[in-house]
Design a protein. Sequence first.
Length: 394
Amino acid sequence: MKRDTRIAHAGSHPEQQHGLVNPAVYRGSTVIFPTHEAYQRSRRHRYEMVSYGRAGTPTTMAFEEAMAELNGGHRSIAMSSGLAAVTAPLLAFLSAGDHVLVSDSVYGPSRVFCSKMLSRFGVEVTYYDPTIGAGIVDLLRPETRVIYCESPGSHTFEVQDMPAIAAAAAAHPGPSGPVRVVLDNTWATALGFPAFERGVDVIVEAATKYIVGHSDAMLGVVTVRSEEDFLAVKRAAEAVGNCPGAEETYLGLRGLRTLAVRLKQIQANALAVARWLQDQPRVARVMYPPLPEDPGHALWRRDFTGASGLMGIVLDQSYEPDAIAAFLDGLALFGLGSSWGGYESLVLPFEPPKGRTATEWTEASPTLRFHVGLEDPEDLIADLAAGFERLAAA
Ligand SMILES: *Cc1c(COP(=O)(O)O)cnc(C)c1O
C-alpha cells in the first residue's frame, strides 16, 4: 500500500480497543500476572507483550508498530525525547576501546553526549566533514563501530552522501563486528528520506518535531532493521531507565496520522519563503537543499523524496547583536525559540564557528535558522520583510 494509506492505518487495532479508532492513553507501572507460569512467560517474552510499565504499554506498542511500518524497519523503540533516541544506539553499540565517527554538523546536544560522556567511558570520538562522502573510508579504523550521521546537518544543512558512507561501512567490518551507520533523520522523516533504502542501519528521530507536530510533547524514536539491533538498543534504552510518557506517546501516534498532509503544506510554504529570501539583498545564501543553488541540491535530488520546513540563511555580513535583536524582536509571526516541526513558524540565531572542529566556518555569523510553519507564506514574507528593514536601519 502507498505511504499515505500506511500512515493512516499503521499500528491501528480498533478490535483491541472496544472498536475505538485510537488506543487509550494507557497509564501503568505494575502488570498483574494470574499465575507463576504466566509471570515466567512474561520474562521470556518481555518485548513482545506488556510486562512492566517502563518496557511499554499498548499505547507505546501501537506507536512503535506504526513507526516501524512507516520506516520499513523491523521494530521501533519509543524514547522519552529525541536526545534519548540519539544516545540509545550509541550506548548499545559502543564499548571502551571503540571508535565512533560523528558528523561535524550534528545537533549540538548529540555532540555534547559524544564529547563529554562517551569519551569518559573510553570511546574515542572523531568528527568528520559532513561532505566527506566516500572519503570516510580514510577515517575508518579497525576499532570503528559506529558512523553517526545527520543529514541535512543541524543549522548548516549539509547533505551527506549516505549511500557512499553506508557502502564504506559495509566494506569495512572491524575485528569486533560490523560498522553500524546511525542516522538522525529528524529533518526529512521517513516521508522525505527512505533511510533504510539508502543503506542506513539505525534511524533516530526527534518525534518532538514533525511526528508530534504541534509543539506539545517531547518524544523520540529509534528504528532498526534487525532483531539483533532491536535487542541491543532496547536493552540499552531500558538500562538507562528510558520511559516515554503515556500522554506523549499517544500524542506522537495522533500527530503521525496527519504527518503527510502537514509536511506537504509546510514544504510548499517553505519553498515560497526560501525563494523570497534568496532575493533579499541582506541574504548572502539560503541553506535549504531543495533550492537548486544549494550545495547539497544534487544529492538531495538523487536521494530524498521530500523536504521539510527548516532552513537557514547566511547574512551578507556579520551583524552586531543589536542589529540581530532589531530583526528578531519585532517579528510578529516567527517565534524566537528552540525546537521546530510544529504548525508555527520559528526563528533562532546560530553561530556556526562555535563547536565545529572538522570544518571551518568562513562566512558571516550569526546565521539565522527559520522553521516555516502552516501560516500563509505571504504573511510570513511580510513579517520577514519588515525584519530586514529593521536590520538595515540598525
Ligand atoms: C531537536 C532535535 C533532537 C533532540 O530532540 P528532543 O526531543 O528535543 O530531545 C535531535 N536531533 C535533531 C536533529 C533535532 O533537531
